[in-house]
Design a binder for this molecule. Structure first.
Ligand code: GLN
Ligand code: ZN
Length: 775
């Protein structure tokens, strides 16, 4: 039996890579210094995994920005618009790479970044590969080979992780009409062969191909592509040990495809879909090794060894131990690094948890524990419990302590949820009626302008917040500082001429953490960072218990901001689905129950805001779409409770209170009916990178409520021109009646600098004014 890992967090346990990248982008460190940080992270990850008892350690799981971009870069799928960067002097390969990720505005060039979207149902974002009809591929970067060689030199014989050719193509997008990207496999495979040739030259033994699409709905053509690609790989490299990794769900109807592929080992996610084990065992060709994804790579709960050992034992009845691998369910990219760094967590809660490093230990524990019983006997599980094992007993103690903890269960919360009425999910009147009273009260111009909520979180803002949190400054000084920032922001918005203002969210470190800290049932880590995109990380709260709101959370700042100006200031809240989605959620009750508990807490806040005179309340749900299960047949179930939870949070208000919601980049086509069913008075969406394409779904549906398609990208510092915003707004007005259109950036501005923010908003307001003239 072997232990292996599918991937380790690459950001560094103290976010070293984030800091290095950002310093490099700001011109503060050299390329060499950046690479040095990267190399140190790789080395320390390999060392740690070895020390923790992992037999097969991954390489090429590291990335300076994103592993999908890495693959596009490796196979030379570099859109033409970046070719000029190659010729820009003083720029190297890594600059071209970052230009693709972040856009490029220098030396007279102004090139937009590639599109970014969510990695399956996670909160990780990848760069979407772009393909043309006659797309050619060539081996452009040798990162995979270099990392293997680097590890080898350091004494680690690693298993390179390569995004499989089928998933790579499926993750991308056709940039012109008239072809199907999966047909590009013929052109693509030769480059994979070149990579494998070189790896073989360097003495590689195992290669891991990540094919998460095997857990998704596939077309016949996709399935054929799998067959053809892996048959060719087998034929060309009969001695190469290939591990095919699937994750984030079950194989279901793809099981026969997956088990018929000529690979040496198939990895399955038994956390998301334990039911698939029986079918896998039934379908498995004799020679196929299997890798059991037992340890949850997507959550932070301690593994229940009893469950895992049961599964292992079941497998050992049919499979030779040499053909068995144990692993996390997916890459540990989605887990925080190290629980040991957490010094402030409640001890009970801490004893229920396991982060990436601890998960490695769990994997190796399971191997040790199962060794003593690898000749299965009729008693099955009994044999484990009777094995004297400190490790096992300690694990079981933590598991049962969690089940019975009074920290978790609050009766009043459960009771309140049980007593919720159907009418609590609906607004008092229809949108058609609300629209009239809202228009009368708000009296906004056509194409009203607004922003999504946050304004630049400067170094100083972050420092003062941290100083307050750590007790270095007192409450009075802290509040004065935030008040000053808020007032400055209100004045700037007034001066720019925005119609609906925001307070800027300076008091918030993070849109979920801020609320979690004020709700019961949430715990917080100090260093539990997880990569979100590029150098950006999030620190998800841990929802361990029943949720309720002990006291108001946002009233003070919203009221303060509103007191400064006659214009309307939006109250800003994070919605229940997003709070759920961006947290580590308890796994001891249905997600929908936890979500509704949060919804009731937000509902209380909405009603308090309304009572305090806030007329417009935005409930952000950027994570609603990413919560969709990866298989269509599971969508309805999710959407049913998710949409209802939002409505439960929003529907208590009177007709003349305007409810906004905001969603980041999402394809709406297939869920537009549900989005309409949210019945938010206004929805703002991220749209600019897709050139308003996303609006078509709303247009086709004749979406009745108001909508603010984002008119410029906030992920990069690039300043849009008035003309280009007008062009986008005209595109919008072509498909949506102008009375329904709001004008706003794609998302919050907290990651931007003031300089570009100010300039961009000025252009935006000018564009909106120009649009009004046209009507
Ligand atoms: N109101 C939040 C902000 O502006 C929304 C962020 C988001 O959608 N991710 O920062
Ligand atoms: Zn957003």
């Amino acid at each position: 039996m072997q232990t292996h890992n599918l991937g380790y967090p690459r950001i560094g346990s103290q976010r070293e890579l984030k800091k290095a990248c950002e310093n490099y982008w700001a011109g503060k460190i050299t390329r060499q210094e950046l690479f040095q940080v990267g190399n140190e992270i790789k080395l320390s990850n390999w060392t740690l995994q070895k020390e923790c008892g992992i037999d097969l350690i991954p390489s090429n799981d590291f990335s300076y920005y994103d592993h999908v971009l890495d693959m596009a870069f490796t196979v030379g799928a570099i859109p033409e618009r970046y070719h000029s960067v190659i010729f820009d002097k003083n720029k190297s390969e890594i600059d071209l790479y970052f230009a693709m990720a972040r856009g490029y505005q220098a030396n007279g060039l102004d090139i937009k970044a590639m599109e970014m979207t969510k990695w399956f149902d996670t909160n990780y974002h990848y760069i979407v590969p772009e393909f043309k009809k006659n797309q050619e591929f060539k081996l452009f970067s040798s990162k995979v080979i270099q990392e293997f060689a680097e590890a080898k030199l350091a004494g680690f014989k690693t298993k390179p992780v390569i995004l499989g050719p089928v998933s790579f193509l499926l993750l991308g997008k056709e940039k012109e009409a008239g072809f199907d990207r999966i047909d590009l496999i013929k052109n693509l495979l030769p480059v994979y062969f070149q990579i494998l040739d070189k790896l073989v030259e360097h003495g590689v033994e195992w290669v891991q191909f990540d094919e998460p699409f095997l857990a998704m709905n596939l077309s016949i053509k996709d399935k054929e592509a799998f067959q053809s690609a892996y048959s060719q790989i087998r034929k060309k490299y009969p001695h190469l040990k290939t591990l095919l990794a699937t994750y984030f769900g079950g194989l279901y109807e793809n099981i026969s495809v997956a088990t018929s592929l000529p690979v040496c080992c198939l990895h399955v996610d038994l956390v998301r879909c334990p039911e698939q084990l029986d079918e896998l065992l039934g379908n498995r060709p004799k020679d196929l090794s299997i890798s059991l994804g037992l340890i949850d790579g997507r959550n932070i709960w301690k593994n229940d060894y009893k469950n895992s050992l049961n599964l292992i034992q079941k497998v050992l009845r049919k499979v030779d131990p040499e053909k068995l691998f144990i692993a996390p369910s997916c890459s540990l990219l989605h887990s925080p690094c190290d629980l040991d760094s957490e010094l402030k967590l409640d001890n009970d809660i801490k004893s229920w948890l396991s982060f990436a490093k601890q998960k490695l230990v769990e994997i190796s524990d399971l191997k040790k524990l199962s060794k003593s019983v690898n000749v299965p006997n009729a008693n099955g599980l009994e044999s484990f419990e009777n094995v004297f094992s400190d490790i096992f007993n300690k694990n079981q103690e933590a598991i049962s302590n969690r089940t019975n903890s009074s920290l978790i269960h609050k009766n009043e919360v459960k009771k309140r949820l049980n007593n919720v009425l159907d009418s609590d999910f609906e607004r008092k009147s229809s949108f058609q009626n609300r629209k009239i009273v809202q228009a009368e009260l708000l009296n906004l111009p056509l194409y009203p302008t607004t922003t999504i909520g946050s304004f630049p979180q400067t170094k100083e803002v972050r420092k003062v917040r941290a100083d307050f949190k750590d007790g270095r400054i007192d409450k009075q000084n802290y509040e004065q500082f935030i008040k000053d920032e808020t007032e400055k922001t209100i004045r700037i918005q007034e001066e720019i001429g925005l119609d609906v203002l925001v307070h800027g969210e300076y008091e918030r470190n993070d849109m979920v953490e801020y609320f979690g800290e004020r709700l019961h049932g949430f715990a917080f880590t100090q260093f539990g960072w997880v990569q979100s995109y590029g150098s950006r990380c999030v620190k998800p709260p841990i929802i361990y218990g029943d949720v309720y709101r002990p006291e108001p959370m946002t009233i003070f700042w919203s009221k303060y901001a509103q007191s400064l100006t006659p214009k309307f200031v939006k109250g800003m809240l994070t919605g229940p689905v997003t709070i759920l989605q961006w947290s580590f959620v308890r796994d001891d009750q249905d997600r929908s129950v936890t979500c509704n508990q949060i919804a009731l807490a937000i509902r209380d806040e909405v009603l308090d805001l309304e009572k305090e005179g806030i007329r417009i309340i935005q409930i952000d749900e950027p994570a609603l779409r990413e919560g969709l299960p990866i298989r269509k047949e599971h969508w309805e179930g999710y959407l049913d409770w998710a949409i209802k939870a939002f409505k439960l949070s929003a529907s208590g208000v009177d007709d003349n209170t305007q409810i906004h919601t905001h969603m980041c980049y999402s394809e709406f086509n297939d869920i537009i009916g549900h989005i309409a069913n949210l019945d938010a008075d206004v929805i703002t969406i991220e749209c600019s990178r897709s050139q308003m394409e996303l609006l078509d779904a709303f247009a086709d549906f004749k979406y009745p409520n108001e909508i603010g398609p984002g008119v410029y990208d906030i992920h990069a510092p690039r300043v849009p021109s008035k003309a280009e915003i007008i062009e986008l707004l005209q595109k919008a007005a072509d498909v949506i009646p102008s009375e329904q259109i709001w004008v706003n950036p794609d998302c919050g501005l907290k990651t931007r600098q003031w300089e570009e923010t100010h300039k961009s908003l000025v252009e935006m307001v000018l564009a909106a004014k120009a649009m009004r003239e046209l009507v």
